[in-house]
Design a protein around this ligand. Structure first.
Ligand code: TRP
Length: 440
């Protein structure tokens, strides 16, 4: 069977950036940065993305292209036993993340609807909080929207690599940037917005703490979609003549830029209205509507904002589904259509208890966490760091010669290769093990 390929280098970069740029960059980054001292967090986040983040992303893309296979097959071909387990963990984690990602993706669709009817356009924080809680704890509504979001993702993945994923990203990613710029201009022209701007841009190095480093690393890897086979899978669709360093630098630059823009979009507005910047998940669904309610033309901005979140979430969920689908297709010899439907059905079913655990199944907990929180904790804090350490060790120690050869395809050995090997061999495992131990 001949494998799919991206149609162009730009298409590849935008699809990979689309995977990276998601709820992590737009919804999580502003409030995590806000609770961690603003400017200092931004700086540390940047340093991690450009060092270990870059090394791991390049490593993943090189692995995928060298093997020309899915996440599991890549580890089998290049490393032999028992390494496919690392790919399998990645595929499993994508599956688990997708199940609750799709629930939140559904919320964004619902909030587009609520913006259109105007029902959330109030600055009464209590009303907004109650609306949000009533919605996510409702036994039926969030499930309908979860199904809708999973259906949209399925439609794209059924379209295949070029027609589905690449075309979607080529159209939606630029739209996302335009929308963000409009919202930033609106936010920055509010009276009082400057305080938020200063808070976000002035690094206060006394705010650098262990917890902050851990938060910054976790967010860096989550927002770059690293360690779970995404960039392996996307890298496997890349042509031989595409330079990987340039492509991964683009993906990282676009992701970091989006985080930066998201901070500029959310924080000045939040400060201008005197909201609590560390409101967590509420920052998006509770605080932002209050901001819109006090703006001229707020309804339009509200609709734009939630469309933007949906776009970002969709291009990410597509990558989560594609990793699982490509592994199922190739490992179990199944046609794309059947694999995509099966995985979507399974994800939909798994998302049901995740969603219900926020409402009517609230009492059922394990280790003090509901099912939704348990999925999030298990993947973000345990399985992802584990997968990343193993990936770094695999690239740095086990298959370094193949990776180095793949990255030296264009003429002589690049000078930065040694630095990258050092990052994969030593820096990444040590830093990430630090996260793991801290989380345990
Ligand atoms: N990076 C995406 C975001 O920021 C989420 C995501 C997509 C992801 N694929 C992933 C996270 C793989 C971890 C692993 O929203």
């Amino acid at each position: 069977m001949s494998r799919s390929q991206w149609g162009s280098r730009l298409g590849f970069i935008l699809a990979a950036a689309g995977s990276a740029i998601g709820l992590g960059a737009i919804w999580k980054f502003p409030y995590v940065a806000a609770t961690n001292g603003g400017g200092a967090f931004l700086l540390i986040y940047l340093l991690i993305c450009l060092s270990v983040g870059l090394a791991l992303m390049l490593g993943e893309m090189a692995l995928g292209r060298a093997a020309g296979s899915n996440a599991v097959g890549t580890f089998r071909q290049l490393g032999g036993k028992p390494w496919p387990i690392v790919g399998l963990v990645g595929v499993l984690v994508c599956f688990l993340i997708y199940s609750f990602y799709s629930v939140v993706g559904g919320w964004t669709i619902a909030y587009i609807g609520k913006s259109l009817t105007g029902s959330i356009l109030t600055s009464d924080a209590k009303v907004l909080g109650d609306t949000f809680n009533a919605f996510i704890t409702d036994p039926l509504q969030p499930l309908v929207f979860h199904g809708l979001f999973a259906g949209l993702t399925l439609a794209v993945v059924l379209g295949g690599v070029q027609k589905g994923i690449e075309n979607l990203s080529k159209f939606l990613m630029p739209a996302l940037f335009v929308l963000m710029l409009v919202l930033i201009v609106r936010g920055l022209t509010l009276p009082g917005a400057v305080d938020g701007l200063l808070y976000f841009l002035t690094p206060d190095l006394s705010k650098v703490t262990g917890t902050m480093l851990v938060d910054a690393m976790g967010l860096a890897f989550f927002s770059l979609s690293l360690g779970m086979g995404i960039m392996i899978t996307y890298g496997s669709y890349v042509g031989r003549d595409t330079p990987l360093l340039g492509s991964s630098l683009w993906v990282i630059a676009l992701t970091v830029l989006t985080c930066f823009l998201a901070g500029l979009m959310v924080l000045p507005a939040v400060f201008a209205f005197g909201f609590d910047p560390s409101a967590g998940p509420g920052l998006t669904f509770i605080t932002m509507p209050a901001v819109f309610a006090q703006m001229a033309g707020g309804q339009l901005f509200a609709v734009l904002f939630f469309c933007l979140l949906l776009v970002a979430a969709l291009t990410s969920s597509v990558s989560l589904l594609e990793v699982v689908v490509s592994a199922v297709m190739e490992e179990l010899k199944m046609p794309r259509r059947k694999a995509a439907w099966l995985v979507t059905l399974a994800v939909f079913l798994l998302g049901i208890p995740a969603s219900l655990s926020l409402g009517i199944w609230r009492e059922y907990t394990l280790f003090g966490k509901g099912f939704f929180d348990l999925l999030d904790y298990l993947t973000s804090n345990l399985l992802m760091p584990l997968g990343e350490v193993l990936l770094a060790l695999f690239v740095g120690w086990k298959v370094w010669p193949s990776v180095a050869a793949e990255l030296s395809r264009h003429g002589k050995t690049p000078a930065w290769l040694g630095v990258m090997r050092g990052f994969c061999r030593y820096l990444a495992p040590v830093l990430i093990l630090g996260i793991l131990v801290h989380n345990l």
